[in-house]
Design a binder for this molecule. Structure first.
Ligand code: SAH
Length: 260
């Protein structure tokens, strides 16, 4: 049975693709990729004779017909997606037409750029008694935001916000967060090309100055914006420790020290 696999390529560094994703690339008879570092590496992993196509310049219909065409017989087809396929990846738009053709589909998750950006800055997106919640979202652009999901509404939670697809809209990010009661001194982390060897850039600032800093660095694409009350906690003199490694707290695999 043919199978089309949507494989998360990860954020950029070819070492951040999953073992399963790489194994599928090695097995694939056809690969459709969106130009990136992982794609270049993938070409080296692909078996000789594998049909390879860049989706740059293809519209949805062309992508879907290419995938269907390649999925004939018992071919293994891989559609490489940046980060995780389930985040801003048009996954369902591609899966539905395959379902209509009764072509079996599989998804391999990937390391999202949100996680890679936090890692780049040695930041934790959650911290005990600071925030235990992460919102992955974007600022409204051409895609309208559903009711209740505007940034001023989401920002009212004062939890961690990872903003995709929004680096050209920093002015709006600033205004919306201030409107939601954030301080203009709230820390902001912007990571451009997170995990790309030699190309990653990390910009730290505040709501007040992050836009100017990004402008000065000419960062206007491929960037993640993280706004969070946890940012910079590596340098805090005191943090609340999590229960996970607390010696007075037992869980399935470890008995608390003070228990008889
Ligand atoms: N599925 C992807 C997101 C695709 S939407 C994922 O899980 O990461 C494209 C947006 O993702 C970009 O506008 C940018 O905000 C972010 N992005 C993708 N790769 C990135 C990287 N290496 N570094 C920082 N941001 C990145």
């Amino acid at each position: 049975m043919a199978k089309v696999w949507f494989v998360g390529a990860g954020p950029g560094d070819p070492e951040l693709i999953t073992v399963k994703g790489r194994n599928l690339i090695e097995k694939a008879d056809a690969i459709l990729f969106a130009g990136s570092l992982v794609s270049e590496a993938a070409m080296g992993w692909a078996k000789p004779g594998c049909r390879v196509m860049d989706s740059k310049g293809m519209d949805l219909e062309q992508i879907v017909s290419w995938l269907i065409e390649q999925a004939q017989g018992d071919a293994v087809v891989v559609r490489l997606q940046t980060g995780d396929p389930g985040l801003y990846g048009a996954l369902i738009e591609m899966v539905q037409p395959l379902d209509e053709q009764s072509i079996e589909v599989g998804v391999v998750p990937g390391v999202s750029s949100a996680m890679a950006s936090a890692a780049a800055g040695v930041e934790s997106l959650t911290l005990p008694e600071v925030t235990q919640t992460v919102i992955l979202t974007r600022v409204e652009g051409r895609t309208p935001m559903p009711a209740g999901e505007s940034l001023p509404e989401l920002a009212q939670h004062h939890c961690t916000l990872c903003l995709f697809l929004s680096i050209t809209l920093l002015k709006k990010v600033q205004a919306d967060l201030l409107a939601a009661g954030w301080s203009d001194q709230a820390p902001v982390l912007v990571v451009h090309k997170a995990s790309w060897p030699g190309e990653e850039r990390i910009i730290r600032g505040t709501l007040a100055d992050i836009r100017d800093k990004c402008r000065a660095e000419k960062i206007n694409s491929q960037a993640m914006i993280i706004v969070s009350p946890t940012l910079g906690s590596r340098d805090w003199p005191e943090i609340k420790k999590s229960k996970l490694y607390d010696k007075n707290f037992s869980h399935r695999f470890r008995k608390a020290a003070n228990k008889s």
